[in-house]
Design a protein around this ligand. Sequence first.
Ligand code: HEM
Length: 484
Amino acid sequence: RPRIPKGLRLPPGPPPKPIIGNALDMPKYLEWETYEKYTKQYGEIFHLNVFGTHMIFLNSRRMVYELFERRSSVYSDRPTSVMVGDLMGFGWAMTLQRYGEWWRRHRRAMHNKFNLDAVDTYKPTQIKHTRDLLRRLYKTPEEFMKHIRHTTGAIIMEITYGITIKPEDDPYIHTAEVAVRVGGEAAVPGRFMVDIIPWLKYIPEWFPGALFRKQARIWRKYILDMRDVPFQKANGTAPPSFTSSHLESLAANKDASADAEEVIKNTAAVIFAAGTDTTVNTLKTFLLAMILFPEVQKKAQEELDSVLGEVRLPGFEDMKALPYTEAVYKEAMRWHPSLPLGLPHATSQDDVVDGYFIPKGAIVIGNSWMLLREVADFGANPDSFDPARFFEKGRRDPGQTGAFGYGRRICPGRYMAENSLFIAVASILQVFNISPAKDSLGNDVLPDYEWISGVLSPPADYECTLKPRSKAAEALILSNHTEI
Ligand code: HEM
């Protein structure tokens, strides 16, 4: 039970708060589950005071709707991060930008090329790389995660910069992956004192205890290179892309502001930063679910066979005829969302909700994991991976219930992301049987799976067996000859 320190109150305003705890009440592992326990105890909104920072948790669809959607002009800021933003140089990333005109310009650049209609342009690229994925999975199935990661990165780099990446040790990907990894690690709340005591950023690097300054300098290079190096390439001879198309419009616009190119450069780089791990993790969750719930796999394959026969691989035009297969990827997003607590929002002014005072600068978090397990919205047995739940009346779409976040900050890459998920899930299921790894005697070894804790929560690594479903499936995999 969280401790409730006596006498601790939020700053002035209408009094009481439901629960008040502090940093010691912040769980380190599977945070969303502990916050669910707090919710049972304290209700749909509660509050922790973490070294003077107010963290507000929203735990019902009513609450996230009321604050993130209806009062979105107040609840769309981001918490500031001295270490990741200022010192490490990740301030260029839209995900971290404060709510305001600068952020809005990035958001517009993104929306322009990633809205529901615009993402159709990317479908041929998604198809091409997904078919290449099938061949890679056929050749070295045990390296399935490496292949999924490569394909996801290849799609993004081609769409964004017109760049073809190498399957092994691509220098751009290496830089970008290091940048994203260290950014994620450094963003864990409480990891660096400088985020709690901001003036520490002024102490020099040689000062005893200022190791974080040196660390930030080393990491900063990766974070800036990730943004700058591929942009220079796309700016030159690479084929048409998000970047080249924006730059062309810019060249034709005589009234463009001096920093317009920077907006394009920043937005291009955030596509990899925000779009890769999220998609890879959802596919990792999907494959795990296929091992654990073989009856779901069978049902999807029956649907795929009835629509495609064994004569062709799926395309986007088949999506309508494949409702169960579509429901499989949606269920992967619901069963364990890639970001169980989304990304934190922050308030840009004081507010009062249900009589509770929420100060300006408070960090506000929606517990998406809980929302996606709500029986009224998704049906019974939330632990069970059951795509059929979406065919019952009154069921919601996970993408509009927290899996992609909330309000004005909702994931701007969601339409393209859903297309990537659909085509990967449909293509893999059509030609492969996914089963547990085998021991030396050939017996199935079910993965003893667990979820990684943190902002991003993929399943921990596991092994699986991928085998072509038939001779015809093998032929389909190999029918696609273009080497990428
Ligand atoms: C399955 C894949 C994906 C998932 C689950 C996902 C999820 C999310 C979530 C939860 C947020 C936080 C929203 C909020 O603050 O309320 C977000 C933000 C964002 N996502 Fe995605 N995302 C995915 C793929 C992508 C892709 C492919 C792109 C790029 C094409 C992308 C670009 C972004 C950006 C730029 C933001 C920051 C938005 C802002 O701060 O205004 N995401 N995403």
